[in-house]
Ligand binder design. Structure first.
Ligand SMILES: CC(=O)N[C@H]1[C@@H](OP(=O)(O)OP(=O)(O)OC[C@H]2O[C@@H](n3ccc(=O)[nH]c3=O)[C@H](O)[C@@H]2O)O[C@H](CO)[C@@H](O)[C@@H]1O
Length: 363
């Protein structure tokens, strides 16, 4: 199969695309893949590192208010459709897949207009702007939450789950925490705010470091690349002890996750696919800054199943963070129960399901 895939901006759109590519290559070692992203998004760093053929398009999102910027956005969108057509003509894909982000809008739209089979993958329970726009033009729409179904044309929707779930499911512990100087046999809490880090989670976690230093559990606190220096400056007077490690970004999250006892983090859809595929107890702090508050809805599906707890961003302080993390780290029984409930929501064959959708639309 010749697969062109596009998804950009944040890790939540990129990692599902990479997981699908891995699954395709496992089934068909001769498959050819081209990834189209932007030069500004995280994909520009993550995708070429994996040796995947990577092309870029310049594009920007719409501002919610009427502005001159929107005129520029429309111009850039039309221009990017022209660029996408050029890439498609040269690569000759059998199928074009979009996993979200503005860039996938231009690529998938161009492909649909050229009568090339198209599929989009929606990670969230509330549909993103780009996928909503594309839903009119594409052949099939793969979803990860049942609640997304009614927001798309019914005849196109297939429930597949998030392919990242399959990539992490069943991964065994390898002692990967040792690379950060942590002990593999001591329970570890992972604190991170999605693929880009979250200022409020960082502030609460940084203020909690003097206390975390005293705990008999370990903490791995991932700040997000752009926040790292600021957090380390802030902690100059109260540096982390040996049981607390602070990192800007984790490159190989699938290796780390099976070793984590509890996650405190955002409720991004791809994080949730990982949490449920592996059965990790979680404390979710939904981002209030996303479209239609979709992270709260993502999180609620886990809370209702007894798999997670929610702390709102407004309630998140060093004290509330310590209270909830201490409580879960102190109760192996509660963790085991949450883990079991989380695992029940997991979709460990999601990448195969999505591959089947790709095969079904191929001419
Ligand atoms: C602010 C924002 O717009 N967030 C959206 C974005 O979140 P975001 O990009 O944060 O995505 P998710 O939380 O869904 O996924 C993050 C991904 O990055 C990985 N990771 C994270 C940190 C790290 O150091 N290393 C690493 O590899 C995680 O393992 C995971 O695979 O896309 C999601 C999926 O469409 C949406 O649900 C989120 O609402």
């Amino acid at each position: 199969m010749r697969l062109m895939i596009s998804g950009g901006g944040t890790g939540g759109h990129i990692y599902p695309a990479l997981a699908l590519i891995d699954a395709l290559k496992a089934h068909d070692p001769h498959a050819e893949v081209q990834y189209v992203g932007t030069h500004r998004g995280l994909e520009n760093r993550i995708v070429p590192e994996r040796g995947i053929d990577f092309k870029t398009i310049k594009i920007q999102g719409f501002k919610r208010s009427i502005s001159l910027q929107n005129v520029k956005t429309v111009y850039l969108f039309l221009k990017s459709v022209v660029t996408a057509r050029k890439y498609i003509k040269a690569f000759k894909p059998d199928v074009v897949v979009g996993t979200g982000g503005y860039v996938s809008g231009a690529v998938v739209f161009a492909a649909a207009r050229m009568h090339i089979p198209t599929v989009i993958h929606e990670q969230n329970s509330v549909v993103g702007v780009t996928n909503k726009f594309l839903s009119r033009y594409v052949d099939k729409i793969a979803i990860s939450f049942e609640s997304a179904r009614s927001q798309f044309p019914a005849d196109k929707v297939v429930m597949t789950g998030n392919p990242r779930a399959q990539q992490v499911a069943g991964i065994q512990k390898t002692g990967a925490l040792a690379q950060f100087g942590l002990k593999p046999d001591v329970p570890t809490a992972l604190i991170f705010g999605g693929s880009r880090g979250a200022a409020r989670i960082n502030a609460a976690a940084a203020a909690a470091v003097p206390e975390l230093n005293q705990r008999d559990y370990q903490t791995l606190f991932v700040t997000g690349q752009v926040h790292y220096d600021k957090i380390m400056d802030r902690l100059a007077a109260t540096p982390p002890a040996d049981n607390v490690k602070i990192e800007p970004y984790i490159k190989n999250m699938p290796a780390i996750l099976p070793e984590v006892a509890v996650i405190l983090g955002r409720a991004g859809a791809t994080s949730i696919a990982e949490i449920t595929a592996l059965g990790i107890p979680s404390i979710l702090v939904p981002s209030p800054y996303v479209t239609n508050d979709h992270q709260t809805k993502n999180a609620q599906s886990l809370v209702e199943a007894g798999a997670a707890e929610i702390v709102t961003e407004a309630d998140l302080t060093a004290t509330s963070l310590l209270n909830v993390v201490d409580r879960l780290m102190g109760s192996a029984t509660q963790r085991a129960s949450m883990a079991e409930h989380a695992r029940k929501l997991g979709m460990p064959d999601a990448a195969d399901q999505l591959l089947a959708v790709l095969e079904s639309v191929r001419h």
